[in-house]
Design a binder for this molecule. Structure first.
Ligand SMILES: C[S@@+](CC[C@H](N)C(=O)[O-])C[C@H]1O[C@@H](n2cnc3c(N)ncnc32)[C@H](O)[C@@H]1O
Length: 316
């Protein structure tokens, strides 16, 4: 099949948005130790993998023995998680247990204390909600009758306040790409409160967290009592999986907050374990545009370089 016209290549390059990487404050070895500590009981007794520097990009995960197809490699709980608050989702979802909150209106779902967060009656008295409620009330939400998606979306970021020291270290050890839009989410949220924080160190912490989300987050779709829930979640170990368009691993969510990564084919000892950030059946062009715009890189994998595949060809 024909070679891709050079004009197309130039268009693709222009679609890759300018981006800087924020400084990573841990060596690969320190990151591996922080991850081990974080996994705790979930750490396999004899992991079939290790964290190391990657020839693809930055750090990655590598097989330490031959791995058979279909093996579970690891499972991990989220470091930070929160509602995506897309307008297409049902905003009357509890911010803690993700159940659909009983009632017909936003007012039925909102916390009666006035924090502006939807929370179910069972979770309203929980310590976790009390912390978040107190913080949001201190900032004085402007909208108290309706669920404000911009204020709800920032919750997953604001939760970085409640991380302990090792968790913060882990957050700062994750790659964080700063594209030209990363401040927008904070600006949009700030418009929803009378006293949103203005201190630079606090804003910098939010920005860092947003960039870590933009670079590493998984969007997890799950069902709670037949109700579809969409959250964005950060998993420090799974977030180290680099992308290949012909990956050797895949993930699923056990619940909104636990990810499970399995091999999808035999992985020889020493090989990098990879996943696909794009849909596998997308055409080369669709994958390139998606990866360029959202992850800011041009994939150089064998499939992307294959001159026999037409760039627009999708697998039906
Ligand atoms: C989820 S992180 C993967 C882990 C990352 N390598 C690290 O050191 O933390 C995603 C970022 O890794 C880089 N990356 C992943 N796969 C890549 C690939 N195939 N080619 C180039 N860069 C890649 C890109 O910078 C991307 O935004």
């Amino acid at each position: 099949m024909s070679e891709q016209p050079s004009e197309n290549r130039e268009e693709q390059r222009q679609k890759i948005q300018p981006m800087q990487q924020m400084t990573i404050s841990a060596s690969t070895q320190e990151l591996a130790e922080l991850i081990d500590l974080r996994l705790g009981d979930l750490r396999p007794r004899e992991p079939a993998w290790r964290v190391a520097d990657s020839p693809i990009s930055g750090r990655g995960i590598f097989a330490t023995r031959d791995i058979a197809a279909g093996e579970e490699l690891f499972r991990e709980h989220t470091l930070l998680v929160g509602p995506t608050a897309h307008r297409s989702t049902n905003l009357r979802t509890c911010t803690l247990c993700y159940c659909l909150i009983p009632g017909d209106t936003d007012l039925d779902a909102l916390c009666p204390a006035g924090c502006g967060l939807p929370v179910c009656p069972d979770c309203r008295t929980s310590d976790r909600h009390q912390l978040e409620c107190k913080l949001f009330r201190k900032w004085k939400p402007l909208e108290t009758q309706r669920i404000e998606p911009r204020a709800l979306r920032i919750l997953s970021v604001v939760r970085c306040f409640f991380l302990d020291e090792p968790q913060r270290k882990l957050l700062y050890a994750m790659q964080a790409n700063a594209d030209r839009y990363y401040m927008k989410e904070v600006q949009r949220a700030a418009e929803c409160f009378q006293h949103f924080p203005k201190e630079q160190d606090m804003l910098d912490y939010f920005y860092r967290t947003i960039c870590a989300f933009n670079t590493n987050a998984f969007e997890s779709r799950s069902h709670v009592g037949g109700h579809e829930v969409l959250v964005r979640a950060l998993f420090p170990l799974a977030g180290l999986l680099n992308h290949q368009c012909t990956p050797n691993a895949a993930h699923h969510f056990e619940d909104g907050e636990t990810i499970v990564v399995c091999s999808t084919e035999r992985i020889p000892c020493g090989a990098e374990i990879t996943m696909s950030y794009a849909k596998l059946l997308w055409s080369t062009l669709a994958r390139k545009i998606f990866l360029g715009m959202t992850k800011h890189f041009m994939c150089q994998c064998v499939r992307c370089q294959d001159p026999t595949v037409s760039p627009e060809h999708c697998i039906p």
